[in-house]
Design a protein around this ligand. Sequence first.
Ligand SMILES: *[C@@H]1O[C@H](CO)[C@@H](O)[C@H](O)[C@H]1NC(C)=O
Ligand SMILES: *[C@@H]1O[C@H](CO)[C@@H](O)[C@H](O)[C@H]1NC(C)=O
Ligand SMILES: *[C@@H]1O[C@H](CO)[C@@H](O)[C@H](O)[C@H]1NC(C)=O
Ligand SMILES: *[C@@H]1O[C@H](CO)[C@@H](O)[C@H](O)[C@H]1NC(C)=O
Ligand SMILES: *[C@@H]1O[C@H](CO)[C@@H](O)[C@H](O)[C@H]1NC(C)=O
Ligand SMILES: *[C@@H]1O[C@H](CO)[C@@H](O)[C@H](O)[C@H]1NC(C)=O
Ligand SMILES: *[C@@H]1O[C@H](CO)[C@@H](O)[C@H](O)[C@H]1NC(C)=O
Ligand SMILES: *[C@@H]1O[C@H](CO)[C@@H](O)[C@H](O)[C@H]1NC(C)=O
Length: 252
Amino acid sequence: MKKLLLLVTVLLPFFHEITGSLKIFLNNALYENKTSLTISDPAIIRCEVADNTENETLIWYRGTLEVNISSENSVNVSTVCIPELTVEDNGVSFTCLLKSNTSIKRSLQLDVQFNPRLSGDTQIRAEEGKTVQISCGFKANPAASMFWRQNNSLFTLPANYKQDLTMDTLQLTIEKVTKKDTANYTCVALLPNGNETTRVFELIVGDRQVGLPIEAIAAAVVVGALMIAFGMFARREKIFNMCMKGRHDTAM
Ligand SMILES: *[C@@H]1O[C@H](CO)[C@@H](O)[C@H](O)[C@H]1NC(C)=O
Ligand SMILES: *[C@@H]1O[C@H](CO)[C@@H](O)[C@H](O)[C@H]1NC(C)=O
Ligand SMILES: *[C@@H]1O[C@H](CO)[C@@H](O)[C@H](O)[C@H]1NC(C)=O
Ligand SMILES: *[C@@H]1O[C@H](CO)[C@@H](O)[C@H](O)[C@H]1NC(C)=O
Ligand SMILES: *[C@@H]1O[C@H](CO)[C@@H](O)[C@H](O)[C@H]1NC(C)=O
Ligand SMILES: *[C@@H]1O[C@H](CO)[C@@H](O)[C@H](O)[C@H]1NC(C)=O
Ligand SMILES: *[C@@H]1O[C@H](CO)[C@@H](O)[C@H](O)[C@H]1NC(C)=O
Ligand SMILES: *[C@@H]1O[C@H](CO)[C@@H](O)[C@H](O)[C@H]1NC(C)=O
């Protein structure tokens, strides 16, 4: 009991040193839990000091970079505004700190919802026998289920087909392609509400190219270059003489 009392009296002076606490408001509502926003909408983020005894200056960070705010917008209350949210704003965090004691801070992470965005080169040409990769880049919030359709039908992947999914890419790898693999491959992003976003990738498999092996071409180039050099050497005397003659002529 005595020990506890001692601890309290030791800690009390420290509690008095706390100069304020912070509150964050998102679009005028106190930010407590994850709040979803919609793409293209504005986001107004306000930070307020409470329980302070004097002017407190606020500073902001967007991710790890400090935000440039005016001095008028930094005393006791400060607001940062994003007029139109974009895909790039999703997941970005904003932190408001007390300049006099940066260990007093509040953060918020933007949750920007949008219809899935798919990307990637949609025309793929390949030679028979080669390995082909079809890459469908995607961005989605909320998360979407990603899969492929072949000529508009769901299909079970044959043994030489491989599917990979990363944070932002759905990839289909086909080993030793044949002309039978020629088809439209549709990358599908399916949302929990049943809404789908698709992007069609057209794969056309053509004949194997018959061409000269690279080494043979390289050897031919070397021989050709050498022959020209020898030719120059053989004619050097003649060229030299022509110049001499020319110089002699102008000197005349
Ligand atoms: C935030 O979440 C807590 C617990 O999950 C809940 O009690 C509270 O009502 C929520 N606040 C808001 C503003 O939604
Ligand atoms: C900031 O807050 C302090 C404490 O409440 C107050 O004395 C001061 O006038 C405020 N400053 C402004 C600019 O509102
Ligand atoms: C508090 O801030 C306001 C507005 O920036 C300023 O007018 C006032 O002089 C400041 N007070 C003190 C005590 O610094
Ligand atoms: C911050 O903004 C002010 C006024 O808009 C400008 O003069 C200053 O150069 C900016 N500083 C940085 C680091 O961007
Ligand atoms: C800064 O705030 C923290 C947390 O409230 C507190 O523990 C610490 O003593 C404060 N530091 C100063 C220098 O006031
Ligand atoms: C996909 O459709 C095209 C055009 O109708 C057809 O030539 C091709 O054989 C089909 N591919 C597959 C794998 O069904
Ligand atoms: C892919 O779809 C387009 C448009 O429907 C069609 O013109 C084309 O023939 C299809 N290609 C294949 C390989 O099925
Ligand atoms: C479904 O997706 C389309 C296109 O991506 C979009 O225009 C539409 O608003 C979405 N509908 C719903 C209910 O989300």
